[in-house]
Design a protein. Structure first.
Length: 328
């Protein structure tokens, strides 16, 4: 198992030696390597079993580092950086030649993010280089939102996990690019489309092929246990009384099921709280060995758009309205 600690100089030393370190961010934990070390970055792909066609985000400490990695910046990108960074926003921008092809999957753009977590900001300052980091989970599985999740999934493959406690947002960053000067959301996330439109006006939703952002493909963010979404938790659980179903509810327990088979995401029906707890609930239910997991569809306002987007990609059939659709 990996060592878990809060020692920034150990983490920085390992990274500069070319090793991998798991890092806390405000969204989810990342699996980091020195972005300029091709061997180290290729090790990320091996450990995650991630296809080489899926590019990585480069994490930076400050805008002073941007010109090393980014060839040109649209005005809208500057406006978004001023409004939201450091924070859970990733910008897809034209790359410089210094950025290794393995990071961009050979493409002309590089994804850049300025994470907000104080430990990771201190680590980025200490190393002085960009850190390439996807979420610290095996490819296709649920992202980690605490150090224990990382250790359970990848602990045998990495020397150190920098422990920054549970992630405050709990869902991956919003990804925005500027193809043909049109601001385009590639992946919904903690920062909502409305928040972005308040700063730069109309933004488009990417409708294209998954190659540009495989995090948008179905079959991502999935537990091993089949996951079903329901718009009517009461009806869907009517027959699910056999103890074989783990149930994740938004704000109130389903009445006909013992509470120890259920997890509530937010007792106050607060969506940011639900976001913070969602992945931990999925990890927990997946490890309890149920035959199936049933989750209540979340409201679609605010960060709910991103949460439902993740659930749809994680789920087996997309929506079930009653227990008749559940393979009980
Ligand atoms: O919140 C986050 O973004 C977390 C933390 C660790 O920063 N990172 C994360 O990374 O979610 P990952 O690799 O799991 O997801 C990044 C997504 C992938 O779907 C990838 O395809 C997309 O970003 N991406 C990376 N570079 C891109 C590029 N140049 N153009 C379009 N999409 C890109
Ligand atoms: Mg990921």
């Amino acid at each position: 198992m990996a060592r878990i600690g809060k020692d920034i100089s150990t983490a920085a030393r390992l990274l500069l030696e070319g090793q991998l370190v798991a890092i806390p961010t405000e969204t989810v934990y990342g699996l980091a390597a020195n972005a300029l070390n091709v061997a180290a970055v290729s090790h990320i792909f091996e450990v995650k079993k991630r296809p080489a066609t899926n590019p990585l985000i480069v994490h930076l400490a400050s805008v002073a580092q941007l010109s090393d990695y980014v060839a040109s910046m649209p005005d809208a990108a500057w406006q978004l950086i001023k409004a939201f960074c450091p924070g859970p926003l990733t910008l897809v921008l034209p790359r410089t030649q210094i950025v290794p092809d393995i990071i961009t999957a050979g493409g002309n753009t590089v994804a850049i993010r300025f994470p907000k977590h104080p430990l990771t900001r201190a680590l980025l300052r200490e190393t002085g280089v960009g850190l390439a980091a996807p979420s610290a989970n095996p490819y296709g599985y649920i992202s980690p939102t605490n150090a224990h999740h990382v250790n359970r999934m990848l602990g045998n493959h990495i020397p150190y996990i920098l422990d920054g406690g549970p992630c405050t947002y709990g869902i991956e960053s919003t990804i925005i690019g500027f193809p043909n000067d049109k601001p385009t959301i590639y992946r919904a996330g903690s920062i909502t489309r409305r928040q972005i439109e308040e700063v730069i006006g109309t933004v488009y939703q990417y409708q294209g092929h998954e190659i540009h952002s495989p995090g948008m493909s179905a079959g991502h963010y999935s537990p091993t246990t089949p996951l079903y979404i329901t718009t009517n938790i009461q009806a869907a659980t009517a027959d699910a009384t056999d103890g074989d179903t783990g149930i994740i509810c938004h704000s109130a327990y389903a009445p006909n099921i013992p509470q120890h088979h259920q997890i509530i995401l937010s007792h106050n029906a607060d969506l940011p709280t639900a976001a913070r707890n969602l992945y931990a609930a999925l990890h927990e239910m997946d490890h309890r060995g149920y035959k199936r997991i049933l989750i209540e569809q979340l409201p679609t306002t605010g960060v709910g758009e991103a949460l439902n987007d993740r659930l749809k990609r994680a789920a087996t059939p997309h929506i079930t309205t009653s227990s008749h659709n559940l393979p009980l």
